[in-house]
Every structure is written in C-alpha cells, then in structure tokens.
Design a protein around this ligand. Structure first.
Ligand SMILES: NC(=O)c1ccc[n+]([C@@H]2O[C@H](COP(=O)([O-])OP(=O)(O)OC[C@H]3O[C@@H](n4cnc5c(N)ncnc54)[C@H](O)[C@@H]3O)[C@@H](O)[C@H]2O)c1
Length: 335
C-alpha cells in the first residue's frame, strides 16, 4: 500500500528541484502517493493567499509533506509561510545534518554534524511591531518557555541515542540574554543530568560560530534556539559545499515536513541549473522517517556516488551540468 505525502513544489527553483527529487525518490523504490498542493507567493494569484486552506487540510490528513522553498517578501508583505506552517503543525524540531561529500572541494573533509534547532519560539517567530506611527523604532518579542526548551533538548538527546551520536553541544547567549537564553540553558542542564551516556557541553553562540569555522570536527550534535539555529545551520551547510547540499526535517508530534535548507534562489530560478541534491536528501530523511530504510539507503548512495564521480555536477559545485543531467545521472544509478 502506498503512503500519501503532501507535495508543495514552492517558489523560484522549487518546482525544478522538487520534480527532480520526486523522480529520484520513486526510482529508489519508495511506495508514495503524492498529493500536489500550492503554497507561497505562487499561490497568491490563484488562491488569494500564500497558505490555501486546502494545503493545510492536506498536511493535516497526510501528516507528511515534502516542500520546496517558499518566498517571503523582505521588510513588507505577507509573513513567512514556513514559520506559519511550523507553528500551525507545532513542528518543534528542525533537524539539519551536514556531512561532507566525496568530490566536493571544501576547507575540511570529514565534517559530520547535525544542527537541531527549536523551530517554534524565540526571536525568529517574528512577533514584532513598530512602536510609533513614524516608524522610527521597532521592537521584537522573543518568547522562550520551559516546556518548549525541554522538548527540544529531550528530542536532541533522543536523536543522539537513536543515531549513535556521542556529544551534544547546547548553544546559547545566556551571558547577555539572561532570561530567554538563560531559561533555555538552565532547562538543558537539568535534562543533561538525566543522560549521562551522552557528553554534554555548552557554548556561547558567537564562540560557536568561530569554533565551527576553525575546527568543525569537535562538533557532533548541536541543539539551539530558533534564530541561532537558522544562522548556524547555513554556516554548517557552507562547510560541506553550500546550500544546494543540505536538507532539513521539521518534526512535530502530529506531522513532519521535509525540505531543503535553501531558499528560492531567485538568481538562478528558471535557468534549469539548480542543484536538486538538497531536496533529494530531504526525500531521504522522509523515507527514513517512515521506515523505508532500503529506499532511503539506495537514494543517498546514488546521490553521493553521482557527486563523487563528478560526471554531472551543477554549477554551484563547480560543474556545468543542468538539473536534468544531474537527475538523470542519479536515476541511472538507481536502475
Ligand atoms: N525553507 C524555505 O522555504 C526558505 C529558506 C531560506 C530562504 N527562503 C526564501 O528564499 C528567498 C531567497 O532567499 P536567499 O537568496 O537569502 O537564499 P537562497 O537559499 O535562495 O539563495 C542563497 C544563494 O544560494 C544559492 N542556492 C540556493 N539553493 C541552491 C541550489 N539548490 N542550487 C544551487 N544554488 C543554490 C542561490 O543561487 C544563492 O546564490 C527569500 O524569499 C527567502 O525568504 C525560503
């Protein structure tokens, strides 16, 4: 029996990379049934809203979604659909692995770490407003709760155990943000005392950014608040070759949504040269989540072998292949 999955092609390069990923996931042997729905800027002209109710219904029903990037206007216009989806389905854990690829030249080899980001609270929630009519000042409200901190740190420890990871680094800014970041840190410390099998350390976020660039091998799993996780996970993506290579899972108790870490890449949209690896790897994470381990393993192996062979890599990795050519090379390995 095939498993229904909500499919959101998204904006910009979204449809190009999502369609490529669907072909690869199917060729890997997964039994999925795609329910294609709209969201993002592209949904506004047709549905009058960037989050059509039918899209929410589909995710609610299927509890599983694969999503392309969605455009969020800068400084004005509608609020982030990504943030709204994470809140609507309480997708509190954002898991972003970064593992080096053979064949991709970077500053370091052997990077293998995971950023686990709290996905529903903190500054990233965008709870803010101008405080005067002239717009001379604005304020932002960051809410961190003990319950929200507990469940993400517990998730991070569980993730370490399930994935044989040994060291968890909690990243914070409690020296300055004594209440919000302080609450996150205190909660993390209390939970750490219940997990003696995992080495627990804490690090201030600015130092963490420097340490990641200088010596990424010291990190295994990082757990942090929403905005810090957003920024640090793009940094870790850069360590392994860029945004075209990194996927993320948004996990909640009642739904899970898988996507690339990257955005709509307006500079290359429509040119047919986007790297579909990140969404393909989001597909791998989805397959692992639903227990389709054989298909997940086949797909990740085909992607990694294709990149290592350098026979058809896209321009972001220094090649000249199109999205189509790269996808064909992955499909060839899956046949
Ligand atoms: N999860 C999401 O839906 C998501 C995430 C980040 C940004 N966004 C949105 O995307 C839009 C553009 O954001 P941005 O320009 O800051 O970030 P971006 O990730 O779209 O692009 C940053 C750079 O990385 C390159 N890049 C990204 N993905 C690539 C791929 N698959 N292959 C090759 N190169 C790739 C782009 O060409 C660009 O040079 C904004 O509206 C933003 O809100 C959405």
């Amino acid at each position: 029996m095939s498993i229904p999955v909500t499919l959101i092609p998204g904006d910009g390069i979204g449809p190009e990379v999502v369609n490529a990923a669907v072909e690869a996931i199917e060729a890997a042997g997964a039994r999925l049934e795609w329910e294609r729905v709209a969201a993002g800027a592209g949904a506004v002209p047709t549905h009058g809203t960037p989050i059509p109710p039918g899209t929410l219904d589909s995710i609610r029903r299927n509890k599983l979604a694969l999503k392309g990037p969605l455009a969020t206007p800068i400084g004005e216009g509608f609020r982030s659909v990504n943030v709204a989806l994470r809140k609507e389905f309480d997708l509190y854990a954002n898991v972003r692995p970064a593992r080096s690829f053979a064949g991709v030249e970077t500053r370091y080899t052997g990077v293998d770490l995971v950023v686990i980001r709290e996905n529903t609270q903190g500054l990233y929630s965008g709870v803010e407003h101008y405080i005067d009519e002239e717009r001379t000042a604005a304020e932002s409200i960051s809410i961190i709760t003990r319950k929200g901190s507990e469940r993400i740190v517990e998730y991070a420890f569980d993730y370490c155990k399930a994935n044989k990871r040994r060291r968890l680094t909690l990243v914070h800014k409690a020296n300055i943000l004594k209440c919000t970041s302080g609450l996150f840190l205190d909660t993390g410390r209390a939970i750490a005392s219940k997990h003696p099998g995992i080495e627990f350390r804490e690090m201030i976020v600015d130092n963490c950014a420097m340490q990641l660039v200088k010596n990424p091998a010291q990190f295994d799993v990082i757990v942090t608040t929403n905005l810090f996780g957003d920024i640090l996970s793009d940094l870790t993506s850069g360590l392994i070759g860029g945004l075209g290579l990194t996927a993320g899972a948004n996990i909640g108790k009642n739904a899970a949504l898988f996507e690339a870490v990257h955005g709509t890449a307006p500079d290359i949209a429509g040119k047919g040269i986007a790297n579909p690896t990140a969404v393909m790897l989001a597909g791998v994470m989805l397959l692992e989540h639903i227990g389709e381990r054989t298909a997940a393993e086949r797909l990740v192996t085909a992607i990694r072998e294709t990149i290592a062979s350098k026979e058809a890599v896209t321009p972001d990795l220094g090649g000249s292949a199109s999205t189509r050519m790269f996808t064909n090379a992955v499909l060839k390995r899956l046949k």
